[in-house]
Structure formats: structure tokens, C-alpha cells
Design a protein around this ligand. Structure first.
Ligand code: GLA
Length: 403
């Protein structure tokens, strides 16, 4: 009996040491920048350094953007012992030096790999090298790993992602683990104990409402991705987030579309990973990405995702419960035509079954803060009437009286 108890205790201890993700990371959705959406494979250490500097200069770092993440195509060959090397032409100074530089700017360093034997762009993947790669990343000073799902024939996703989770944990350096298997195997159902975020869809592309068919796969516009988040909010919370993919802000859509995209991602408690060339962005793009009032919604400490309250003829009204009894509200116009929307708070009662939080518009007067105009626009005592331009959003914070 004693022996049994001892071995049970042993199992428990081993379980604690090896079988887990790093807790306490990503308590709010991760924020940062990733090379893929703008640069694709065309990436090198010079660009990454300049981007990191621009993140400091532009105020992005101070607004909360933290991780500088190199996506696919940084990899060179494995050495004779199987250790991965960076591409010597693109990253001649090596990854440790790059990580040190990024850290010296007060930022964190992220990298990309794949559960298969090759990445999506055909570089070496981690299959069969998981513990070795995790050790290498830890030695380089990596803080974030995006782990993709190309070339994974005959692999079980839960098994493959668990192996990398355990490898990262064994390597001993706290690393945010980003599961990128495009929602194919419903990662929201199993990802919580394995990673800190999981992609819910295929790749995003910089258009409002399009689907681009690449033959074997498709990429999706903003509304297409938004519509694929239905039903997933119950799976997200501090330390484990739905990831509707990285931002396309500043990559060519209209300003109103960028603003709406950014707002809806904040309503979704989505990771905010910029994907533009932040070295050369316009002031308008910079202002969208660094809107602290919208970022505060995204980063709200309760970590409860928003939900559509009403969907009518191309106009959607979303709510999101926030800490301290506040609510975020977004009125999204999916159509080209400007729309006038009236909302009578006094006659509305909203109750969120999932978070068990409700509005009390009949008893409490909330102050209305317009998060894009940066001004107060009244209270919930009187009905609100706003005009929402085509492909745009009005985003508000309903501020509860504080005791
Ligand atoms: C997949 C991912 C993208 C990007 C590319 C890189 O398509 O979903 O986000 O990482 O691979 O090849």
C-alpha cells in the first residue's frame, strides 16, 4: 500500500515537472508583431532589427506590443548532430545575437516552427527534433513559439502539440506556445492545457469580405474570419485564447476597414499581432494600432470574449463584459452604405449566460465613451443614435459608476 502511494506521489510529481505548459504566461491576449503578413518569406535580421526599433519609436512597445516574432523562412539546415541553424545568408549574426538585441530594447523574441518534417514554406520542421529544437530555442532566448501544421501526415494533433509543449517545459525557459493548426481539429476543445493560444481558422488576408482560393487551401477576409468565431467564446480565458489570426492593419485595406478589424479583434479578446511594415507605416495606421482605449478592451483582465447581441441587415451590435462592471460595445456596419443606428439602453437588458454578467440599464447609468473619437458622448439614460459609415465601426466603453 505504502509503495503504491509512493509511486502515485511519484507520478504526480513527474506530472507536475514534465506534463504541463508554462502557466502564468499570456494572462491577457499576447501582443506583438509577426513578419508573415507583410514580408512572407522575404525576411532577414536587418528587417527584424529595424522593425523592433520602429516598435519602440512609434510607441507600439509602450502601448503593449511585446513580442517580435519571426515567422517561416528563418531556418537553414540542421547541423551534423541535428541542431537547427538559422539561414546563414538571412541571419548571419545568429539568433542569439538577434534575441539579445530585441531584449535590449525591452521587447521579447518569438520564432516559428512546424509539427511536420517541413514548414509550410518547405524549411526544416521540428518532427523528430522537438526536444532538441526546444532546447535550442531556450538557449537562444526565445519567448514565444508559433507552431504550424503543414506536412503532418499521420500525426495526431493532440499528440504532436503535447510533445512540443512538454519539450518546451523540459527546456526550462518560459515560452508562450501558439498552436497554429487552423482550427482543423477543433483545438479550442483540447488546446487549453497544451498552448496559450490556438488559431481558429485558415490564414487571414487583407480584404474586407473575400475568400481567396489557392487550390489546396483558402485565405479569408476580415468578415469571413469574424463569422467563423461563433460559438468559440466559451473556450477562451486568461492563459488560453482563441486566435483569429494576425492583424492586417496597415496592409492595404481602407482606413475604416482597418479600424473595424482592430475593434472587432479587441471585442474578441484576440491576440493583437501586427502584421504590417511598422518601419514605414502612416500616421493613421500608427494611430489605429496604438489606440490605447481599444487596446484596453482587448487586454481586459477578465478575459471574457465579446458576443454579437443583434445582427440585422448587415449591422451587428456586439457587447463584451469588462472588469469593474464596464462593458464594451461595438456597432459594426458590414455594408457599403452608411447606416444610422438607434439603441435604446433603458429598454434593453443584456445577460451573458457564459460569464453570468448582465447590464442594468434600468438601474445604473453608464457613461458612454467613444473609443475612436476619444471623447464622452453622453450616458445610457437616453437612446443613442449614431451614424456608422460603410465598412466601419463605432466602438464604445460603457463606464459603470465606481463606488
Ligand atoms: C501557414 C500559417 C501562416 C504562416 C505560413 C508560413 O499558412 O497559417 O500564418 O505561418 O504558414 O509558411
Amino acid at each position: 500500500m505504502r509503495r503504491l502511494l509512493l509511486s502515485l506521489a511519484g507520478l504526480l510529481v513527474t506530472g507536475v515537472v514534465f506534463g504541463q505548459k508554462f502557466e502564468q504566461l499570456a494572462r491577457t491576449p499576447p501582443m506583438g508583431w509577426n513578419s508573415w503578413n507583410h514580408f512572407g518569406c522575404n525576411i532577414n535580421e536587418q528587417i527584424v532589427r529595424e522593425v523592433a526599433e520602429a516598435m519602440v519609436r512609434s510607441g507600439m512597445r509602450d502601448a503593449g506590443y511585446e513580442y517580435v516574432i519571426i515567422d517561416d523562412c528563418w531556418q537553414g539546415e540542421r547541423d551534423s548532430l541535428g541542431f537547427i541553424q538559422p539561414d546563414p545568408e538571412r541571419f548571419p549574426s545568429g539568433m542569439k545575437a538577434l534575441a539579445d538585441y530585441i531584449h535590449s530594447l525591452g521587447l521579447k523574441f518569438g520564432i516559428y516552427s512546424d509539427a511536420g518534417d517541413r514548414t509550410c514554406a518547405g524549411r526544416p520542421g521540428s518532427r523528430g527534433h522537438e526536444y532538441q529544437d526546444a532546447l535550442t530555442y531556450a538557449r537562444w532566448g526565445v519567448d514565444y513559439l508559433k507552431y504550424d501544421w503543414c506536412h503532418t501526415e499521420n500525426l495526431n494533433p493532440i499528440g504532436a502539440y503535447t510533445t512540443m509543449r512538454d519539450a518546451l517545459y523540459a527546456a526550462g525557459r518560459p515560452i508562450v506556445f501558439s498552436i497554429c493548426e487552423w482550427g482543423t481539429n477543433e483545438p479550442w476543445k483540447w488546446g487549453r492545457t497544451i498552448g496559450h493560444l490556438w488559431r481558429t481558422t485558415g490564414d487571414i488576408t487583407n480584404c474586407w469580405d473575400c475568400v481567396i482560393d489557392h487550390g489546396t487551401w483558402k485565405s479569408w477576409g476580415i468578415l469571413q474570419i469574424l463569422d467563423r468565431q461563433d460559438g468559440l467564446r466559451i473556450y477562451a480565458g486568461p492563459g488560453h485564447w482563441n486566435d483569429p489570426d494576425m492583424l492586417e492593419v496597415g496592409n492595404g485595406m481602407r482606413v475604416s476597414e482597418d479600424r473595424a478589424h482592430f475593434s472587432m479583434w479587441a471585442m474578441l479578446a484576440a491576440p493583437l499581432i501586427a502584421g504590417n511594415d511598422v518601419r514605414h507605416m502612416s500616421e493613421t495606421t500608427r494611430a489605429i494600432l496604438t489606440n490605447r482605449e481599444v487596446i484596453a478592451v482587448d487586454q481586459d483582465t477578465l478575459g471574457i470574449q465579446g458576443f454579437p447581441y443583434r445582427r440585422e441587415a448587415g449591422v451587428e451590435i456586439w457587447f463584451r463584459p469588462l472588469a469593474g462592471g464596464d462593458w464594451a460595445m461595438a456597432i459594426l456596419n458590414r455594408t457599403e452604405t452608411p447606416r444610422t443606428v438607434t439603441f435604446n439602453f433603458r429598454e434593453t437588458y443584456i445577460f451573458d449566460d457564459f460569464s453570468r454578467r448582465g447590464t442594468f440599464f434600468d438601474r445604473i447609468t453608464y457613461r458612454l465613451r467613444d473609443l475612436w473619437a476619444h471623447r464622452d458622448i453622453g450616458t445610457t439614460e437616453t437612446p443613442l443614435t449614431v451614424e456608422v459609415p460603410g465598412h466601419d465601426v463605432v466602438m464604445l466603453r460603457l463606464i459603470a459608476p465606481k463606488p
